[in-house]
Design a protein around this ligand. Structure first.
Ligand code: F6R
Length: 611
């Protein structure tokens, strides 16, 4: 998704803006630009394409200039194709803006302004806001911004410059996140704290409807009635190394390798006296006993973590759980009631559909628990209860460590629900926690054993299409494995409940088609093995991800498995946390062998803040 940065201080700011924009590259974008105060004008340099190929080349062509204040943007096209003209900043010489989000009534504003004699160059919704700011401009930037945002509908985070106020930057937001960073004699704007971590860890979080008036010495905040607001300074507990590659070829690989640590950081503080403890968010046993239904809602990998949660909660607590894709949940008029619990899972805490699902649940009066990675994000703030996953920044668009800790949270929740509802006793709960605490070392063993995944990847890289199959928890895991592979290697893949193959999909199997079978559940092993034999006998090349006690003889020509991937043993219920690692690494190496831009897969954005 789009990214916003801004700087005002004493330093030459082009390099700072570009550097901060590069920190936002992970969010996904297709053009980039900056606007700076230069003498008495606003100078804009922007270009389609990646920063290095587009914006940097344009900057190199410019005659020498210096500037100490400006705004910058990485754009992920929504209204209008990726092009120079549609790139931000957008303005008319007197006003320049960068914008994240979508302006829903931009057509109406354009019509209104066209009648007033304004012309429009771009196809963007953003230009309507820039020109409306110009139309409303009365010499007072705050009045102008207040008047303008009163007329716009939709989601926005805005960085704004007025030519006549060259010692000030302005920011405003509704829905889309925005922060104001505080340095020493310098201030920043950013849509994401990772953009400015190199310069400062201190920041103010702009709330919806708030406006910031920023100089190099500080910032004043206003509400939409022009009342001054006092805000608390926050400190990011992520350091810059967390947002850098640190010698790894890609962020995705780094983040896969960070999983043992991320698991410990997420799990350990939530264990008290040997059992999971949710008191930090106010989720009591009494509440857990009284909820009628539990819903788990998220998108993509977050929803897949919810699938693991469903299996585990139902298995241990014998309580029905409904897992929903957020974009479906929000429109399907779910049978929600005030005595239900809705668990909302999101790494970014900004995903538009997930946020809408949360708002719906809140409006019905259900209890809402957000499991979120980004501290202070919209979902974290709007949920009635919040628990953070503490995985540190996830930069790779393809989620790995965030999924891992979300899934780990599902176990903590399942154990506590089961314990609160007397489905398991304290001894069993302690035993489960003790075994969960062993998982980081097993994940480490998988991470250390990369050669076997490279070998599998070398077999997959030329495939056009493949299937992931599994049963029960292995099916939930197959969904995540399939998503990882397709999103970064661009190989078509689908996940199927192994027993469902015979009902149509098996007709796709032909000679050499890879099938990745996940078989970590001992009680379902024989069933899955029958499905493996069915695909093998129709020509599939079978890769089987299974526990190390499910032995295969690779030399045995009758074995239906071509490439076994062995996993360290853990209780079957906990195996998804272990088995996901090979699936992540197989996807990673397949994409890396194909020389794809693993961290920035095409068409994707890290945080999907538009519907
Ligand atoms: C897949 C992936 C996405 C996200 C989904 C939800 O690798 O990253 O499927 O899981 O967009 O994002 P969050 O968790 O930020 O709500």
């Amino acid at each position: 998704m789009c990214g916003i940065v801004g700087y005002i201080g004493a330093k030459e700011c082009t390099a700072i803006l570009v550097n901060s924009l590069k920190k936002l590259e992970y969010r996904g974008y297709d053009s980039a630009g900056i606007a700076l105060f230069e003498d008495d004008r606003i100078k804009t340099v922007k270009a389609k394409g990646k920063i290095d190929e587009g914006l940097m080349k344009r900057l190199a062509e410019e005659p020498h200039f210096t500037a100490t204040a400006g705004i910058g943007h990485t754009r992920w096209a929504t209204h209008g194709e990726p092009s120079d003209i549609n790139s931000h900043p957008i303005g008319n010489g007197r006003v320049s803006i960068v914008h994240n989000g979508i302006i829903e009534n931009y057509r109406k504003i354009k019509e209104f302004l066209t009648d007033k004699g304004y012309g429009f160059e771009s196809q963007t919704d953003t230009e309507a806001v820039a020109k409306l700011l110009d139309y409303n401009y009365n010499g007072d930037p705050i009045d102008t911004i207040i008047k303008t945002i009163a007329d716009i509908e939709g989601a926005y985070a805005l960085g704004i410059m007025f030519r006549e106020h060259k010692n000030r930057l302005f920011a405003a937001r509704k829905e889309s996140p925005l922060i104001v960073g505080k340095g020493n004699g310098e201030m920043f704007i950013a849509s994401d704290v990772t953009a400015i971590l190199e310069y400062t860890r201190e920041y103010y979080l702009l709330e919806p409807g708030e406006i910031a008036d920023i100089t190099s010495d500080g910032v004043k905040f206003y509400d939409i009635h022009k009342n001054r607001i006092e805000k608390e300074l926050q400190t990011a507990d992520w350091d810059i190394s967390a947002a850098e590659k640190g010698g790894y070829a890609h962020f995705m690989l780094k983040e896969i390798c960070e999983q043992p640590d991320a698991l410990k950081k997420t799990i350990n503080p939530r264990i008290k006296d040997g059992v999971p403890d949710f008191s930090e968010c106010g989720l009591t046993d009494e509440k857990l006993r009284n909820y009628h239904h539990i819903y788990i809602v998220g998108c993509g990998s977050a929803m897949h973590a919810g699938m693991v949660g469903k299996y585990v909660i139902e298995k241990l607590a014998r309580t029905p759980v409904v897992v929903d894709i957020a974009s479906e949940f929000r429109y399907r008029d779910p049978l929600l009631a005030p005595d239900d619990l809705v668990v909302i899972i999101s790494q970014s805490g900004e995903t538009a559909d997930t946020k809408a699902a949360l708002e719906l649940a809140n409006s019905i009066g259900a209890d809402t628990l957000a499991i979120v990675n980004v501290v202070g994000s919209s979902i974290a703030r709007e949920a009635k209860m919040v628990m953070y996953t503490l995985a540190g920044p996830e930069i790779s668009v393809c989620s790995t460590k965030a999924y891992m800790v979300q899934a780990a949270f599902m176990y903590l929740l399942a154990f506590r629900v089961a314990y609160a509802r007397n489905a398991i006793d304290e001894a069993e709960c302690r035993q489960l926690i003790a075994e969960l605490a062993e998982i980081p070392s097993k994940v480490q063993q998988c991470v250390d054993d990369q050669a076997q995944y490279q070998k599998v990847a070398s077999k997959l890289m030329s495939a056009d299409s493949l299937l992931y199959i599994g049963r029960g928890l292995d099916y939930a895991l197959s969904m995540e494995g399939s998503l990882k592979l397709k999103e970064i290697s661009y190989i078509h893949s689908e996940s199927y409940a192994a027993g469902e193959l015979k009902h149509g999909t098996i007709s796709l199997i032909e000679e050499g088609m890879p099938v990745i079978a996940v078989a970590t559940q001992h009680d379902l092993y024989k069933k899955t093995m029958s499905n493996i034999k069915e695909v093998k006998s129709r020509g599939a090349t079978v890769i089987m991800v299974c526990s190390e006690d499910m032995k295969f003889d690779e030399a045995d020509n009758d074995s239906p498995v071509d490439y076994p991937v062995m996993l360290p043993l853990a209780r079957d219920l906990l195996m998804p946390l272990v088995a996901v690692v090979p699936l992540q690494l197989i996807a990673y190496y397949t994409a890396a062998l194909k020389n794809f831009d693993v961290d920035h897969p095409r068409n994707l954005a890290k945080s999907v803040t538009v519907e």
